[in-house]
Ligand binder design. Sequence first.
Ligand code: ZN
Length: 247
Amino acid sequence: MNLGLQSSIYNGLQLKDEIYTTLNQRVNTFDIFFDNWSPSDIPEETYNLLSTIKNNNDLIFTIHLPINFFELSHGEQQEFYAFINYLKPKTITVHFNTLSYDLLKELVNVAHENESILSVENTIPNTHKIYGIDYLGFMIEAKKVLEYSETKNAFSATIDTGHSFVNGISPDFYVKELTKHEIEIATVHLHDNDGTADSHNPLGTGKIDFISFINELKNCNHNPYLIIEHWSDFNKSIEYLENNSLI
Ligand SMILES: [Zn+2]
């Protein structure tokens, strides 16, 4: 499986320095999370770095849309579509709980046009703000909504291990259920906690069983981008995965 680091607003680094850091780790993927910022905030120098890395295939890129993407104006959303068109990320993650079926269809089309995959993520709380259904219910319904669309293969899941555990759901459960409903898991967000708060701790420092989860992904023939969604100490998570022979 491909292993990556996500950009983080908590480490005080600029995007270009995060990219250089990632190039020096035993990972091959970089996930750009627009966490309260947008493509227009990227300096030209960093765009040039992104272009060079893309052309040399030094890293695989995935992206994570802003949590408030649903409430951005059409013009603001277009800025992200232009960036997707430029970067051609392998997956595009969006949170499920604010995603209307219309926006879902639009995003799946954008992904399809760019040979990418829309990857819909489980959140805290596990309730959809418009439809009142939970993550699994939304994913099953979304698959039906896209059933007759030629872009349906550009729809998949992002399983966030920490979100799942805080909601009292083992991440293995989602692997089994999504597999049963023939929904691909294209992206995984890796971080640990003790079940009480979404603390984004390094793997192995909380109570989540990553060994069982990653083996379940393998058993069910999923091959997601494993993204370490870190607030600190990402190297501990890489070491945990290596020491337990999970990657
Ligand atoms: Zn996440």
